[in-house]
Design a binder for this molecule. Structure first.
Ligand code: MN
Length: 150
């Protein structure tokens, strides 16, 4: 089961996200502030984090900075979920280290698209050459097995 951490201080928003994620088969973890989010990332090792920007204790920008400073967490997919929808905010958020951006109110189809994009990113980039080259799937699998054998 793929574990997704929701870091969000608003209980209604957490509940909404939880329902969407559980409906898609993900295991859901919840954190109510930035400090708790960091702790749960270390302890429970989620595969992806959906993070509110405006949170008590540590806000989303402080949390993403600490995540990216940690070599073990540098490649953890983290998506900002926020109502900061003003011009320029998206760029600021992506520059600060988030992998993606979803604006509130949340669109379920955008959420699904982000999860699909980020949770399959590694597999797709590993196979990209083969896709473009049109080589048979069997060759993909052999290449993947030999390069990730250990
Ligand atoms: Mn908030």
């Amino acid at each position: 089961m793929i574990k997704v951490l929701i870091a969000e201080d608003n209980a209604v928003n957490r509940e909404l996200l939880r329902e969407l994620l559980e409906g898609r088969g993900y295991t859901v973890l919840e954190a109510c502030d930035g400090q708790e989010a960091l702790q749960m990332i270390e302890e429970a090792q989620p595969e992806l984090v959906l993070m509110d920007i405006g949170m008590p204790v540590l806000d989303g920008f402080a949390v993403i900075r600490r995540i990216r400073e940690n070599p073990r967490l540098a490649s953890l997919p983290v998506v900002a979920v926020t109502a900061y929808a003003m011009r320029g905010d998206r760029e600021k958020i992506l520059k600060s280290g988030f992998d993606g951006y979803l604006s509130k109110p949340l669109s379920p189809s955008s959420l699904t698209a982000e999860l699909d994009r980020l949770l399959t990113k590694n597999a797709q980039s590993a196979n990209q050459d083969q896709y473009h080259g049109g080589q048979p799937a069997g060759k993909d699998r052999a290449a993947g097995a030999s390069s990730s054998g250990t």
